[in-house]
Design a protein around this ligand. Structure first.
Ligand SMILES: *Cc1c(COP(=O)(O)O)cnc(C)c1O
Length: 367
């Protein structure tokens, strides 16, 4: 039998080839116009992404991390405040809190969805708590009704980390279910630019106004600076690229879901735990994450079969060197799952043959 071709974790060149004409035209239009910062492409993209997200406002910024940072600042988070964050997220969620001089307070996660354990948020709330950041892990929403209820009860702000959830929905809703949602257009994300980019989505006028000031030197009118803002903007080239890609996003998400359905069906008998899709929403499968007690051996086995995998994320934030003051804290579910999770290749251009290669490779693993 012929040895199957290796399966890459992600291949961004395939998508470019599929829509090369649209992308090349979008790029050359910007180059021909000669305007690169805060021009019409940014405006058009913000309008289009707000509409897509069913939100009133979209304020694009330099990255997903900056969207979180500016989103928190726009909500008034400052030195001495506490912000609740899940223990298993990408480090940027916690860093954004730290940038504000505030303190991240970690909460453990649900074992099935890997999203923040909403039953544990209440215990973490103190008089200093000003906000909570539900992270929609791997492309699936947190239980937003539960988050919203707790936040309302304690009068705290909800800033969603929606970096991984573009294309998913919560009970048919998208966009800002909390006070704001922060998106990332990092190249590997479901809607990815060809560089860094991010956006804040909100229905709140104050949040939108503050975010607009914060991303552009606190400038209200040309050279009139009302607060000490930042330089954090999506550039025209990225906006033009994203605008072209946005037209395809729903189809791309469907292709991801199709691959995920294939995996779900064929891996459920294997010695691995497949992702749980919560009843309240649509999983966009930014990542397809399985679990095995023999994760490291499984990853090695897959590597030998030519299947590239990654771990999102191997070390919970409270165990990171960057946060030594948290190193002795314990979040058992985040710690346990971090040792068992493994992300399989999933992207819209993954072929049927490749999905089959991945499935056979996982199923041939002897734990
Ligand atoms: C990617 C990501 C970020 C950061 O986004 P960047 O655009 O890379 O700055 C934040 N949070 C989560 C959960 C992410 O996956």
């Amino acid at each position: 039998m012929r040895k199957p071709e290796p399966v890459p974790f992600l291949d961004l060149k395939r998508q470019y080839r599929e829509i090369k004409r649209e992308i090349d035209a979008a790029i050359s239009e910007v180059l021909e116009k000669g305007r690169f910062i805060l021009g019409e492409k940014v405006e058009q993209f913000e309008k289009a992404f707000a509409r897509y997200s069913k939100a009133k406002h979209c304020i694009s910024v330099g990255s997903g991390t900056e969207a979180l940072h500016i989103g928190l600042r726009a909500a008034g988070i400052k030195q001495g405040d506490e912000v609740i964050v899940p223990a298993n997220t990408f480090i940027a969620t916690a860093l954004a809190v730290s940038y504000c001089g505030a303190k991240p307070v970690f909460v453990d996660i649900f074992e099935d969805t890997y999203c923040i354990n909403t039953q544990k948020i209440g215990d973490a709330i103190t008089p200093k708590t000003k906000a909570v950041i539900p992270v929609h892990m791997y492309g699936q929403y947190c239980d937003m009704d539960a988050v919203t209820e707790i936040a309302k009860k304690h009068g705290i702000t909800v800033i969603e980390d929606a970096a991984q959830s573009t294309g998913s929905d919560y009970k048919g809703r998208k966009g800002a279910i909390g006070d704001a949602a922060c998106c990332s257009f990092y190249p590997t994300k479901t809607l990815g630019a060809y560089g860094d980019g991010g956006a804040i989505i909100t229905n709140d006028e104050m949040m939108a106004e503050n975010a607009l000031l914060l991303r552009n030197y606190g400038e209200k009118k040309k050279y009139e600076h009302v607060i000490k803002g930042f330089n954090s903007r999506l550039d025209e080239l990225q906006a033009a690229i994203l605008l072209a890609k946005l037209k395809h996003i729903d189809e791309w998400v469907e292709r991801r879901r199709k691959a995920a359905a294939e995996y779900n069906k064929s891996l459920s008998g294997a010695n691995v735990i497949t992702p749980a899709e919560a009843k309240y929403g649509k999983h966009a499968y930014y990542l397809y994450v399985i679990r095995s007690r023999q994760r490291d051996r499984l990853q090695q086995h897959l590597k030998e079969k030519g299947v590239e995998t990654l771990i999102h994320y191997p070390t919970p934030i409270h165990k990171q060197k960057a946060y030594p003051e948290y190193n002795s804290q314990r979040y058992p579910v985040a710690e346990k799952t971090a040792a068992e999770i493994l992300s399989l290749p999933i992207f819209p251009e993954l072929t049927k043959e490749e999905t089959n290669t991945v499935i056979s490779a996982v199923n041939s693993f002897k734990p």
